[in-house]
Design a protein around this ligand. Structure first.
Ligand SMILES: *[C@@H]1O[C@H](CO)[C@@H](O)[C@H](O)[C@H]1NC(C)=O
Ligand SMILES: *[C@@H]1O[C@H](CO)[C@@H](O)[C@H](O)[C@H]1NC(C)=O
Ligand SMILES: *[C@@H]1O[C@H](CO)[C@@H](O)[C@H](O)[C@H]1NC(C)=O
Ligand SMILES: *[C@@H]1O[C@H](CO)[C@@H](O)[C@H](O)[C@H]1NC(C)=O
Ligand SMILES: *[C@@H]1O[C@H](CO)[C@@H](O)[C@H](O)[C@H]1NC(C)=O
Ligand SMILES: *[C@@H]1O[C@H](CO)[C@@H](O)[C@H](O)[C@H]1NC(C)=O
Ligand SMILES: *[C@@H]1O[C@H](CO)[C@@H](O)[C@H](O)[C@H]1NC(C)=O
Ligand SMILES: *[C@@H]1O[C@H](CO)[C@@H](O)[C@H](O)[C@H]1NC(C)=O
Ligand SMILES: *[C@@H]1O[C@H](CO)[C@@H](O)[C@H](O)[C@H]1NC(C)=O
Ligand SMILES: *[C@@H]1O[C@H](CO)[C@@H](O)[C@H](O)[C@H]1NC(C)=O
Ligand SMILES: *[C@@H]1O[C@H](CO)[C@@H](O)[C@H](O)[C@H]1NC(C)=O
Ligand SMILES: *[C@@H]1O[C@H](CO)[C@@H](O)[C@H](O)[C@H]1NC(C)=O
Length: 696
């Protein structure tokens, strides 16, 4: 019984409430009614949406009323009648008669024309003005600064031009200011620093120039700051680091320069930082990310940033995307220290100068782009399923950088490069273990035969002097220096190639060698030597070679012939290996040598060995001793094992070359002469000329 009474009472109350609401929601002001009708006709709205006979407050789409007066109008999503479509204009004068109007939303409703000046003083109660994508043009009237109750101002995606009125800074109730995607010019008014309640400022995709006013850092309520895609310049003010509530910072696609201010590390609420496509340079401040624990998105791509990737990045718990592509970051990837949810994240490290072996656990991550770096070593394609590894220095993967690029990168930084592991097998370097065993014997033999050889040399010289005296005019058949040398006075005659080509390696075609040196391009030129120009090249099998190009018109053909002779005669691991030759052209001869990754003694004495510490370190003493012994072995071979004995004549730091294992490979063989061509005193002085080379 009691329950029934209650139910009836409740029904009665709800009926009364509905009646009151209906009453309130009926437009009872004739001024407003006629204003709405004028608006209806000036905008050309359809009877379907705004039926003329029905009550606007109850039956017109997008109209909201309070106490019988209109408070909100939204024509967003409405369509014009056929007549209305014929001449769409920004014709909303009737709004001025709706004294309680708080919201006008016309987003995506075409209103070609400019915002009338009277908007600023004719709509004093306006709180929301949404004119996104309305095909507006003209300037933003400065009178809008008088809409003191305005909270939301959306004018994005129009064709607005002119400067941003500084009067907008007076809107201190404003929460959202969105002027993005227009044609606005000029600079950001300093007065914006007074908008003390603003939480979104979006000026993106305009033509705004100048700098970011430092005062913007005092708008402490700011949560979203989007200034991307403008023409802003100078450095990013450190004051932005005061925006402790900031969640999104987008400054991409501008012309900011200078370093990333260390103060931004204090944006402790920040979830997204996007500063891609600017001119930022320098290193990321140390510990930059350690205060940014909320970070989810980091985009710093297409800048000129360098230095190392700060280690804290790997432990950001919420990281979803980090894109630092197209910068100059360097260093190696860490092998561990990843925690949080970073394995879900997308890493784009493409187009930097990262290097080292790829045994990092980054391979377990969702998506990783490591292309266009200098990573080396072997990776199994399987464990890197989600990674892009193109254009690195990785072994056995397609689409890698050229050996020359890789080599240059690693050698410029004094780093150890694995050479694609290609150079090893093609020409086994002097075997270290064997040499150790043999070395003792070598010394003994040098001792024994050195003495013997000296006696023999003396004897030979004696004999030589005697024969020279005795047989003037008779062509000398013995000395290698004399073979194939054209008689004096016949400078144009092309020297004959030695008939015995066994020591001269493979035969290459001219095209082949021109191809591997990019037609002997300047970029592959190592130096203009005194016996020919030296070029770097890479054979099809990956071997790096040095190609000497001897133009017989301009180079001493004698030294060229001598060099061929020497290579025909000597076969010893202590000399730079001749891999091949090309004698196709009459006046242009090509010799192909094995490339020596550690350069000559001069360039190897001091080198950066420690990857972390860039300072130069000198060669260790064990290696120096090894080099000294190697050089001695080479000279000993020339002097004592060749017949007739040879003199190098140009022993200096530049002609002692070092292979990948720092084994000596003596070069500059065009200087080698038969000993009898050089006076004995000369030999001694030349040998001792630079004794300091081996003690550094
Ligand atoms: C106006 O809307 C009310 C309900 O809100 C409805 O009962 C009434 O039929 C509508 N009138 C017209 C003319 O559509
Ligand atoms: C309109 O309705 C409101 C509330 O129902 C009332 O206060 C006001 O006096 C009415 N105005 C007119 C002109 O009827
Ligand atoms: C409507 O507003 C305009 C401009 O504010 C004014 O001139 C006109 O008198 C108003 N109409 C009515 C009926 O109040
Ligand atoms: C304006 O209307 C559109 C469409 O109904 C809506 O998405 C948008 O949020 C409205 N604008 C404001 C500021 O409420
Ligand atoms: C900033 O604005 C641009 C263009 O208007 C937009 O593409 C980008 O998503 C915005 N950034 C953020 C973080 O919302
Ligand atoms: C804003 O940051 C600057 C330096 O970046 C500092 O000097 C200033 O005191 C900060 N202002 C406030 C209100 O925190
Ligand atoms: C990276 O640094 C090199 C010099 O180390 C410089 O030549 C190059 O222009 C830099 N690249 C960028 C994108 O800054
Ligand atoms: C990484 O960035 C480069 C350009 O900076 C882009 O071309 C590439 O598609 C990006 N990779 C991924 C996986 O998004
Ligand atoms: C990983 O992400 C989930 C949800 O995204 C979150 O709840 C969890 O705390 C995160 N883990 C760590 C270690 O941050
Ligand atoms: C991997 O990244 C893609 C976006 O590229 C995302 O849709 C997907 O959910 C991620 N997967 C995992 C396991 O995180
Ligand atoms: C990574 O690879 C290099 C060379 O392959 C090796 O020296 C190093 O120990 C490896 N590091 C780890 C953590 O496996
Ligand atoms: C590649 O990503 C998918 C999700 O996108 C994930 O399920 C898979 O484990 C990843 N593969 C590797 C090797 O990490």
């Amino acid at each position: 019984m009691k329950a029934k009474q209650l139910l009836v009472l409740a029904a009665l109350v709800s009926f009364l409430i509905q009646c009151a609401a209906a009453q309130r929601n009926t437009l009872n002001s004739s001024t407003e009614r006629s204003a709405l009708r004028r608006l209806r006709s000036s905008l050309g709205l359809r009877a379907w949406d705004w039926p003329i006979k029905a009550d606007p407050c109850r039956n017109w789409t997008g109209i909201e009323c309070r106490d019988g007066q209109v408070t909100a109008i939204s024509v967003s999503g409405l369509r014009r009648s056929r007549v209305g479509r014929m001449n769409p204009r920004f014709a909303v004068d009737a709004l001025a008669n709706l004294t309680l109007l708080e919201t006008f939303n016309a987003s995506r409703f075409l209103l070609p024309g400019s915002i009338p000046e009277w908007f600023g003083y004719g709509l004093p109660g306006l709180r929301v003005l949404d004119l996104r994508s309305c095909a507006l043009n003209g300037a933003v009237p400065s009178s809008l600064g008088r809409l003191s109750r305005l909270k939301y101002l959306y004018l994005s995606d129009n064709s607005l031009t002119g400067n941003i009125a500084s009067s907008l800074g007076q809107l201190n109730e404003l929460l959202v200011l969105d002027l993005s995607r227009n044609f606005l010019t000029g600079s950001i008014p300093a007065s914006f620093s007074m908008m003390s309640n603003l939480f979104t400022l979006d000026l993106s995709s305009n033509f705004i120039s100048g700098t970011i006013p430092a005062g913007l850092g005092s708008v402490s309520s700011l949560k979203v700051l989007n200034l991307s895609d403008n023409s802003l310049t100078a450095s990013i003010p450190g004051e932005l680091g005061n925006l402790s509530q900031l969640i999104e910072l987008d400054l991409s696609k501008n012309s900011f320069s200078g370093a990333l201010p260390v103060e931004l590390g204090g944006l402790k609420s920040l979830k997204g930082i996007r500063i891609g496509s600017n001119g930022l340079e320098g290193q990321l401040p140390k510990g930059f990310f350690s205060g940014l624990a909320q970070l989810e998105v980091v985009v710093l791509s297409e800048n000129k940033l360098d230095g190392r990737i700060p280690g804290e990045v790997w432990s950001l718990p919420g990281l979803r995307l980090i894109d630092i592509s197209a910068n100059n970051f360097t260093g190696e990837l860490p092998t561990n220290g990843f925690n949080g949810n970073v394995t879900q994240a997308i890493f784009n490290f493409s187009d930097n100068m990262l290097y080292g072996n790829l045994n990092s656990s980054i391979r377990f991550f969702n998506l990783t782009d490591l292309s266009w770096n200098y990573f080396q070593g072997k990776v199994s394609n399987d464990s890197w399923r989600n990674a892009t590894l193109d254009r690195n220095c990785l072994q056995a993967l397609p689409d890698q950088r050229s050996l020359a690029d890789c080599w240059l990168f690693y050698s410029e930084r004094g780093l150890q490069f694995d050479d694609f592991e290609a150079s090893g097998p093609t020409d086994p370097p002097f075997p270290v273990s064997a040499s150790k065993k043999n070395r003792r014997w070598v010394y003994i033999l040098i001792g024994v035969f050195g003495g013997l050889a000296l006696i023999i040399v003396m004897a030979v010289i004696l004999v030589l002097l005697l024969t020279k005296c005795c047989s003037k005019g008779i062509p000398d058949q013995r000395g290698i220096a004399d073979e194939g040398v054209a008689p004096d006075g016949d400078g144009q005659m092309v020297p004959k190639e030695p008939s015995e080509l066994s020591g001269l390696g493979d035969v290459f075609s001219y095209e082949q060698l021109a191809h591997v040196t990019s037609e002997f391009s300047e970029s592959n030129l190592i130096k203009h030597g005194h016996s020919g120009d030296l070029y770097r090249g890479i054979l099809e099998n990956g071997t790096i070679v040095v190609i000497k190009r001897v133009d017989l018109h301009s180079f001493d053909r004698e030294s060229y012939t001598r060099e061929l002779e020497i290579f025909g005669k000597i076969s010893h691991t202590r000399f730079v290996p001749l891999l091949g030759h090309c004698f196709e052209h009459e006046h242009e001869k090509l010799l192909v040598y094995k490339y020596m990754p550690n350069g000559d003694l001069a360039s190897s004495f001091y080198r950066a060995t420690d990857l972390e510490d860039e300072s130069l370190q000198s060669l260790d003493w064990i290696t120096r001793l090894k080099i000294a012994i190697g050089a001695a072995e080479a000279l000993s071979y020339l002097h004592h094992e060749c017949y007739p004995p040879l003199v190098h004549r140009d022993v200096q730091v530049g002609s002692i070359l070092l292979d990948d294992k720092f084994e000596v490979r003596v070069g500059s063989l065009s200087e080698v002469r038969a000993q009898d061509e050089d006076s004995h005193g000369n030999v001694i002085t030349r040998l001792l000329r630079k004794p300091q080379i081996l003690v550094g």
